[in-house]
Design a protein around this ligand. Sequence first.
Ligand SMILES: Cc1cc2nc3c(=O)[nH]c(=O)nc-3n(C[C@H](O)[C@H](O)[C@H](O)COP(=O)(O)OP(=O)(O)OC[C@H]3O[C@@H](n4cnc5c(N)ncnc54)[C@H](O)[C@@H]3O)c2cc1C
Length: 385
Amino acid sequence: MGQDVMETFLEEKHRVLQRTLRAFCDREITPVAGNVDKEARFPWEVQEKMARLGHFGIQVPKDLGGAGMDTVSYITVIEEISRACAGLGLCVTVHNSVAVYPIMAFGTDAQKKKWVPPLARGEKIGAFCLTEPNAGSDASALESTAIRDGDDYIVNANKVFVTNGAIADICLMFVRTDPAAGRRGISVIVVERGTKGFTVGDVEDLSGMRANPVSSIRLYDCRVPAANLLGREGEGLSIGLTALDTGRIGIAAQAAGIAMAALEEAVKYAKQRHQFGVPIAKHQAIQMMLADMATQVDAARLLIYRAAVQKDRGDAFTQASAMAKLYASEIASQVTDMAVQIHGGYGFSKSYPVERFYRDARVTRIYEGTSEVHRMVIARGVLGG
Ligand SMILES: Cc1cc2nc3c(=O)[nH]c(=O)nc-3n(C[C@H](O)[C@H](O)[C@H](O)COP(=O)(O)OP(=O)(O)OC[C@H]3O[C@@H](n4cnc5c(N)ncnc54)[C@H](O)[C@@H]3O)c2cc1C
């Protein structure tokens, strides 16, 4: 493998983080990744060790129990975890970017003090509950409701495809508080597992990301204190979209991590597999694929890095994060497909990890906004709309 493209850009603290993390992931996560995929099991034994390293509060200040790191560190963590186990990478990126971050950005001091420390220490897991059976790409069509009753809300919700759904303790629920107000009638209410009426549905039997217990969550007449409202009534959609800007940097890093792993495996295999009397790496057709894969991986990582730096500088980063997510997710599918091709028939067998990478990569083009939705966002920016 050539020089890591990020060598040119990362500060020493990021390089140290990357080295330490890679050693941790190679030792603790890679050995269990195949099995947790097969068994569709969340690896709690690894989660605890990751929590001790601060992976559940990456950008949370230390006084609230977090690691106090920047966005460049965040993408480094997500890339490295996803390079080892994408389902676990999904847990960490969703928890940090669309569960913890919105509480940090929009919560009151009391809300931050109550929810952030246990989330940041990894003692509690967060979830982001926007999607519903009739509201996917068009989130504004959501039908879940929260009706004010004295000092409480009575919440009825039907949420599907919730990442971390079956293990989540603290859920950001997007609900309609004013049914007559359209997009401006949506709010975010934090609902804790254990509240009466909170039920978790079956875990989805997914094609990839099988280590993550993605499930539906239903709330039946859940009585939730009005103090659990995040931001103001009617701000829900704007809070959600702000969170997704950050979330998309994480999904892009996840896709890049999967593609990095696929490229490494393809290089290794191409050097050891012999056909026609030479390692297949000597065949130009294989070299062309490896060249394309390496170039795509580097280009994706540079786009992700740009988005992270823009966020760290406090600049607008919606366009950069949409481009990073679109490109990284699209090339992750292409790179993992080429990795399977380089493995020939063995790439289609579960005995080799590229088969898992190929399945895991696919969904990165769908969640936190499909590629089509991202093209719409980017085009809007290009057209100045
Ligand atoms: C593993 C997994 C985990 C997930 N985790 C979460 C989570 O934690 N929280 C959460 O809230 N959601 C989550 N989701 C849901 C995910 O965000 C949605 O699946 C996604 O937003 C797409 O919505 P949809 O599936 O309803 O597809 P639809 O919106 O029905 O889209 C179907 C197709 O139509 C296209 N399309 C739709 N509208 C347009 C348009 N205007 N122009 C062009 N094309 C269009 C789409 O791009 C897509 O190709 C998860 C999904 C999966 C699979």
